[in-house]
Design a protein around this ligand. Structure first.
Ligand code: ZN
Ligand code: ZN
Length: 417
């Protein structure tokens, strides 16, 4: 009880309230009468309650929250029978898919301990993840196809804060992580809703410029990197707010600093080195070096976590191909904070990145009307996974290559050219 009170006091209540308001008004643009499905770690209860209140103030029909608990997860690894690790709550995901098909919006609160499963059998973790990804597919498709408005925000869960700031006492770690989340989420200003409108305008300028250029490929060069990423036919750049198929303009990721599009699954050539560690389900994968041929990773090395990296690449055929390429200036606020969050939502917004696996269908011109087959024919990748990792730094240059071979500087030393 005491600890709970102390931790609560480490999180500025006014900024937490603003985060809840931004999640509902900017992140979701929740519509009057719309239902909302929330998933959250149990530690994020204070934020769930604030979001629920703001959702009903915005006219929500029905708000339903599903909580995850770290101790319950660990109890499964300690005591569940072996067959448990090939199973997942498919019935729950089918229900969520039905809720989204019926018009509900989706909000996820991130904040899980990124190292929770670090001490568990990696084979069991991989099996459980695969079973979960497979069962989750009907619900995830509604989100990755952007059928509905959705949003992710974060809560400074103490177990996460201890991973980010291992040398600080818990209360201090929570306070620092909370402040970093609030700054990155732009709720530490007088009018966060107005700040988001301005940020969205700036991101739209970048994506409009890239869409106008119609590059056939991007060429990344820097230490350990000489990579040509062909872009999908009819690709479209996005950044900041965008409009879901249900007509609602939302900001799926809070924070967000990226503009991103779909690479061509068959047209990636050369080698690339990661510039920041990738935290993947309890393992830190660091100093990744991979080589692509015909869009496929044919060689993969990592100074740390190489076995886990190779397991990820073996998930399915699409796991060795790219589903996203994203541009983030080196001077982004999250990059400047110098904090490794061990959480993709933050870390991907510190640097240019690529993602292995599933592409976003919204990153195509007229994406909403394309079938899965058409998306594949235009070079869109499909996979059970979508894992972002960082390849940008202040030593990376990027050129855009036009279909006739003309080169246009896009970034120099990590900044917009
Ligand atoms: Zn991204
Ligand atoms: Zn991504």
């Amino acid at each position: 009880m005491n600890i709970q009170t102390e931790i609560k006091s480490a999180v500025d209540p006014i900024k937490l309230e603003k985060l809840a308001e931004v999640a509902v008004k900017v992140g979701l643009q929740l519509q009057a009468g719309q239902d909302l499905v929330i998933t959250a770690p149990i530690a994020a209860l204070p934020l769930v309650r604030l979001i629920t209140r703001h959702a009903y103030l915005a006219g929500a029909g029905l708000v339903t929250t599903f909580y995850a608990d770290e101790e319950a997860t660990l109890a499964r690894y300690a005591h569940a029978p072996d067959e448990s690790f090939d199973r997942a709550s498919g019935w729950l995901y089918e229900g969520m898919a039905k809720a989204y098909a019926d018009g509900a919006a989706r909000l996820a609160i991130a904040g899980d301990n990124p190292m929770l499963l670090a001490g568990q059998d990696p084979a069991k973790v991989a099996r459980a993840n695969k079973a979960n990804s497979t069962a989750y597919k009907p619900a995830l498709e509604k989100i990755s196809n952007f059928d509905i408005n959705w949003n992710i925000v974060s809560y400074p869960n103490p177990s996460w804060a201890k991973v980010v700031f291992p040398d600080l006492p818990e209360e201090e770690a929570v306070r620092k992580l909370a402040d970093a989340i609030f700054a990155a989420s732009r709720v530490d200003v007088a009018d966060p809703v107005a700040a988001w409108a301005e940020h969205n305008t700036n991101l739209r300028k970048r994506s409009s410029w890239l869409n106008g250029e119609r590059f056939a490929a991007l060429h990344f060069t820097g230490p350990g990197t000489d990579l040509t990423v062909g872009l999908a036919d009819g690709h479209e750049w996005h950044g900041g707010a965008s409009t879901a198929k249900n007509g609602v303009t939302c900001n799926p990721n809070i924070p967000t600093e990226e503009v991103f599009t779909t690479p061509h699954a068959l047209k990636v050539e050369g080698h690339v080195s990661s510039t920041k560690p990738l935290s993947h389900q309890g393992t830190l994968i660091d100093e990744i070096q991979v080589r692509f041929e015909g869009g496929r990773i044919v060689e993969a090395k990592a100074a740390k976590g190489e076995a886990v990296l190779n397991k990820v690449l073996d998930t399915d055929e699409g796991a060795r191909r790219l589903g996203e390429v994203a541009l983030v200036p080196h001077s982004s606020p999250i990059s400047k904070s110098g904090i490794l969050f061990y959480n993709t939502l933050f870390d991907e917004n510190a640097s240019c990145h690529i993602a292995l696996g599933q592409c976003y269908s919204k990153c195509f011109l007229d994406g909403a009307s394309l079938s899965q087959e058409q998306i594949a024919a235009q070079g869109g990748n499909s996979s059970l996974i979508h894992i972002d990792w960082m390849i940008g730094s202040d030593r990376i240059d990027i050129d855009g290559i036009k279909p006739d071979g003309t080169r246009v500087p896009v970034m120099r030393k990590g900044e917009w050219a």
